[in-house]
Design a protein around this ligand. Sequence first.
Ligand code: 6PG
Length: 471
Amino acid sequence: ERYNYGVVGLGVMGRNLLYNIADHGFSVAGFDLDKGKVDELHTGATGGMEIKGLASLEDFVTALESPRKIILMVPAGKPVDAVLENITPLLGKGDIVIDAGNSYFRDTERRIADLASKGLHFMGMGVSGGEKGARTGPSIMPGGDLEAFKLLKPMLESIAAKVDGEPCTAYMGKSAAGNYVKMVHNGIEYAIMQLISEAYDLLKRGANLNNDQLYEIFKEWNNGEMNSFLIEITRDIFRQKDSLSNAYLVDMILDKAGAKGTGKWTSEQAMEIGVSIPTIDIAVTSRILSAYKEERIKASQLYPNDDVATPENMKIFIKEVGDALYLSTLISYAQGLALLVKASEEYDFDIPLKDVVKIWRGGCIIRSVLLEKFYSAYTRNPNLSNILLDEEISEIVKSKTHSLRKTASYAVSNGISSLGIQTALGYFDAYTTEFLPVNLIQAQRDYFGAHTYQRVDREGIFHTSWDSTNI
Ligand code: 6PG
């Protein structure tokens, strides 16, 4: 008996994805060097699943039907190369290896070329939705070899999350586009998480609200236009009690944020290809700053901030913070999507933006009802360079800018750090300004370095010898 699919790496993600595939009528073999994980695969399986766990790579490869379709669910970086080194000699022409981890897109490009030289297909495929998503329906972002993709499509569509009956998976473009789209997904994820944490701080420290009240606020937000996975889990986090103390768990968690790299890559990429994504940048750097806990303690003693005011009208304040969170979140998506537009040109990925937002509507960490509006926007105009330029989106934006300004000023005047909110607003103000003051920067550059400038009134490149003329 030959299995339809193979999964390498039987950690929680790999195992759950494997079960999900098996649930949809495909037979799947799983491989892990760790015999314990192979056994766990069998223990956790439910009746009717046609699966087999193996701890020998040779047996695993032989157990698969041809062309082999092997999904790697191993940590990004060296582990992927290690698996490839061991498995490629065992594979035959036309076999397909799909990397479903958060791999760096440059690594994927290299691996595509490497495997192609051996007659093998390699694809980078973003998978979002965490452990639960992998089991019950993630958002899946495959890219690369179109022929190989076509072979996988029916399976991917059956295991992906569904929105209005439509699967949250689509072809994301050529080469490493799948990993690139997932990287930007994560960049946006970083920004939204940062913004939610700032809204939390404003309500908690800036308005003295407790976890029960926060739970109610997030519940209300999640029931309306802000409905999203991240708002929903934040609501529930405020209700979780700690098992080690009597407190709420969130209050017992140390304020040092971790990061595995995808957010940083997004920022690096934006710098590399010239796209402004300040809210994502600030989310990355805020996690970095949070790690300097000991220094922050010293600094907080040196520069105490004990006069945080209370908002005049609590109801209005909460509404404004909600609107500010909504709009700054929208602006973060706008930045991430603008990066995808540019990367698609720059790297010739051919990323279908409309499909990106379509498949982010369900299954993934950044799913939200807002994506429905983006989907309509790209349906109206698939070549939209920035979501803020869509007329219907602009109506939403205009209805919330006042709240964003009020919230940003409240944070500034009360000394509550809100880097994400400030940069979202700052980006918006810069992006929507016809004349930026960089004419002066150009003058300075030309003054001290003869870097030349363009003029507003005629074509061409100009240089002035500043200190000798008209001064
Ligand atoms: C997802 C997530 C996931 C990511 C985690 C951790 O879409 O399911 O993006 O892929 O690994 O969010 O990321 P950090 O450890 O960098 O926060």
